[in-house]
Design a protein around this ligand. Sequence first.
Ligand SMILES: [Cu+2]
Length: 60
Amino acid sequence: MTLAEFKGAIREIEVYPGQSAEWWFVPVASGRVNDLRCGITGTDGKSHADHGMVGEIVIE
Ligand SMILES: [Cu+2]
């Protein structure tokens, strides 16, 4: 079973429903990004973000 796919130069990750992935990196500064939103639009005309595919990155 594929849990996730790393794409390109690890600039994008696709995590399948109900799964999780860990992505380890070395941060250069602390901060918070809370506007992660999937821009893919589904057949219902709504974006994945409208269905809850949103995220947040917190670097402490
Ligand atoms: Cu999506």
